[in-house]
Design a protein around this ligand. Sequence first.
Ligand SMILES: NC(=O)c1ccc[n+]([C@@H]2O[C@H](COP(=O)([O-])OP(=O)(O)OC[C@H]3O[C@@H](n4cnc5c(N)ncnc54)[C@H](OP(=O)(O)O)[C@@H]3O)[C@@H](O)[C@H]2O)c1
Length: 299
Amino acid sequence: MRILITGGSGFVGQKLCAHLHGQGHEPLVVSRSPERARGVLPPGTEVRPAVQDFAEHQPEAVVNLAGDSIAEGRWTAAKKQRLLDSRLSTTHAVVELCRQLEQPPRVLVSASAMGYYGDQGDREVTEDTPPHQEFVHELCARWEAAAREAEAYGVRVALPRIGLVLDRDGGTLAKLLTPFRLGLGGPLGSGRQYMPWIHRTDLVRVILFLLERDDLAGPFNAAAPEPVTNAEFTRTLARHLNRPAILPAPAPVLRLVFGEMARVLLTGAKMRPQRLQEAGLTFTYPTLDEALSDILGRR
Ligand SMILES: NC(=O)c1ccc[n+]([C@@H]2O[C@H](COP(=O)([O-])OP(=O)(O)OC[C@H]3O[C@@H](n4cnc5c(N)ncnc54)[C@H](OP(=O)(O)O)[C@@H]3O)[C@@H](O)[C@H]2O)c1
């Protein structure tokens, strides 16, 4: 299958492209830096700078992952605009391609995030839980709404609301490993906030599941069935690394350093993958212990 992937050069996209290539599919990657992207993608991957550049390829499916990094840098007004614009402009370009093609893609799997729900304290969060109004909710809601415009052209749209993606060579875990190995890890704020997470291999399986299953559309919580609090995450990671993790990062310090972005670290949602499990998806790594054993046990 010819699968157009925006943000295919990123942490999730690289793993997805490698997997699709291995299965005999043809990933078509949109990247602002094609040369750099080719260096991290399977040999022979077609990479072009804009969605529109792939019109002649007539993609049969689209996976939309592109977006400026949410967890990096202070959320100045300019950064917030970049977070929104980078997602909306790419998604609008995907919808425009669907409009133009005589034979639009069958399916669009368009990334969203746990941030859709905003801060939910310790209540159980399924796809039906009403969101808490705040910037991350607005960002995800507008991103999802933009993707759903493809439905007007007969495209099935699935929206994985992704939890913290875990693997060794990227994302948040890679950033945590050095301080934790030095014994400098510790809970963030009270540590009571939930951190829904997912092994990167399971996220690739979720995306494939949503690409393949013609009966699945709308939002899907894409996180392991056992979310943990930040304190549990901290304890479990420290245990796997045989290090203490007793140095807490107090909330006021995080707010001072990260500004409004500190909310991403200090709040969360106990998000369960209800719709994916009802649809029959099983997770290879349902518990954090299993995920970290795999990730940290690899050489
Ligand atoms: N990783 C997580 O824990 C996590 C959790 C929840 C949701 N998500 C969402 O899932 C998606 C994929 O995550 P990821 O971890 O793979 O992200 P990533 O590594 O940051 O990759 C995203 C890709 O988007 C492209 N991009 C970055 N800034 C852009 C901009 N201003 N305009 C257009 N494209 C831009 C980049 O590709 P080029 O430089 O090649 O153009 C980059 O490779 C993201 O949208 C992210 O928000 C991720």
